[in-house]
Design a protein around this ligand. Structure first.
Ligand code: HEM
Length: 394
């Protein structure tokens, strides 16, 4: 039976893409994998998913159905090398320690700390904080910092950055059945990329080595690749992180697990991991088959598409529970696996952990005062999630 927390999660998902709840529910039958008309091979089994993601000899994300196919049309053919060719391996090697747990935490503390403190003070004073809006502002701050964007420093300026990143990601929404983009979409996408990365060339030359772009320069990453990486960081790390932040605050509330976290804040990393499993903001990952291969007795042919339903694979074991612990089959499939494993995973964890520490920091329980779900977006999210704290004790 679906519980209250699960019901809200399905509403978040259905508002983003009305067909997605059906796909994810029916997709659970795709174990280990099943061929579905128009979609190609659908996979909802975590072990099969990982087998595919760890097999670059037979799968990539450059062909029809993969995200690199879309990016090559927007950014240029060099993407083929950097996204999944030999250039990808050297870029990942060079940037391996770009976001460590330590550096990600430092970045989150520096860029988000002051705004989180302000929100914490608002909550403590009895004011309502819209956690979904705050998450977009926080993510906008990170993007502005990483891409050296000049901003007015107001919440509104960061909301606008978030919205621009979202526009770019939304192009992928229309590419969910085909990754061939229309000429008008390519023009619009290129305009957005140019706007968001306008300061990257200068920052690449001048930024101190403590910043991501300065670091890329010191590591010998080519400027064009650093610009591509910047675009990727923004698209991959914007909606996903904001989605997880608000949804995990809601999950802790809806399951009552907030009371455990309020008693013992050491549980916050568990809440982050379990929240990421249940929400799996990147609900599906696409790949194309580059050479015939047999998996679990089924033969996949070169040129076919694979849709890995990570959300279904991660949620097979059940709903949110702080006691669940580490799951060896799922591992951290919400961040993908193999050579494209999320580069920003430590940063995402630091952002979500920072928000949870702020909400739980005073030790007072929180109540959700209303909710709206974001409609027609790539990554299912709350539009608004106003939260208040219980009154302070005597
Ligand atoms: C909760 C937040 C996040 C989730 C759920 C998430 C999820 C993912 C997933 C599933 C992939 C693999 C996609 C594939 O294999 O096709 C990925 C890749 C990536 N993510 Fe994240 N991500 C998050 C946050 C971030 C952040 C904050 C950043 C950086 C600012 C980031 C940067 C990247 C990059 C650069 C890649 C591409 C890596 C490559 O192709 O080698 N992500 N992410």
């Amino acid at each position: 039976m679906i519980d209250r927390a699960g019901l809200h999660e399905w509403r978040v998902i259905g508002a983003a893409r009305p067909a997605l709840p059906l796909l994810l529910t029916a997709g659970r039958l795709a174990t280990p994998l099943r061929k579905v008309p128009r979609l190609g091979w659908v996979v909802a089994d975590p072990v099969t998913a990982r087998t595919i993601l760890n097999d670059p000899a037979h799968f990539n994300l450059l062909g029809e159905g993969g995200v690199g196919h879309m990016w090559a049309q927007l950014l240029g053919d060099w993407v083929n090398d950097v996204f999944d060719g030999p250039g990808h391996h050297s870029l990942r090697k060079q940037t391996r320690d770009l976001f460590t747990e330590e550096s990600a935490k430092r970045l989150a503390d520096r860029v988000l700390g002051p705004r989180l403190a302000e929100a914490g003070a608002d909550l403590a004073a009895g004011r309502t904080v819209d956690v979904a809006d705050l998450a977009r502002v926080l993510v906008g701050r990170i993007v502005a910092d990483l891409l050296h964007l000049h901003t007015a420093g107001t919440d509104q300026s960061y909301r606008e950055i978030f919205a621009t990143g979202e526009q770019l990601a939304t192009l992928a929404l229309h590419a969910s059945t085909s990754t061939h983009l229309a000429p008008s979409t390519i023009t619009r996408g290129r305009e957005i990329v140019a706007r968001l990365t306008a300061n990257v060339p200068e920052a690449f030359r001048t930024a101190p080595p403590t910043t991501v772009l300065g670091r890329c320069r010191e590591l010998g990453v080519e400027q064009q690749h650093a610009q591509g990486l910047s675009t990727l960081l923004m698209v991959a790390g914007t909606e996903t992180a904001a989605s997880a932040m608000a949804r995990i605050v809601a999950l802790l509330h809806d399951t009552g697990a907030q009371h455990d976290v309020l008693k013992d804040q050491e549980l916050i990393p568990d809440a982050v991991r379990e929240g990421l499993r249940v929400t799996t903001p990147a609900a599906a990952i696409g790949r194309s088959v580059t050479a015939d291969v047999t998996i679990a007795g089924r033969t996949l042919r070169a040129g076919e598409r694979v849709l890995i339903l990570t959300h279904a694979a991660n949620n097979r074991v059940g709903g949110f529970s702080l006691d669940r612990g580490y799951l060896p089959e799922q591992r951290q499939l919400w961040f993908g696996a193999g050579r494209h494993l999320c580069l920003g995973a430590p940063l995402a964890r630091a952002e979500i952990g920072g928000l949870l520490r702020m909400v739980a920091g005073s030790g007072r329980s929180w109540t959700i005062r209303g909710r709206r779900y974001r409609r027609r977006v790539l990554i299912p999210s709350y539009e608004s999630l106003p939260v208040t704290l219980a009154p302070a004790g005597p």
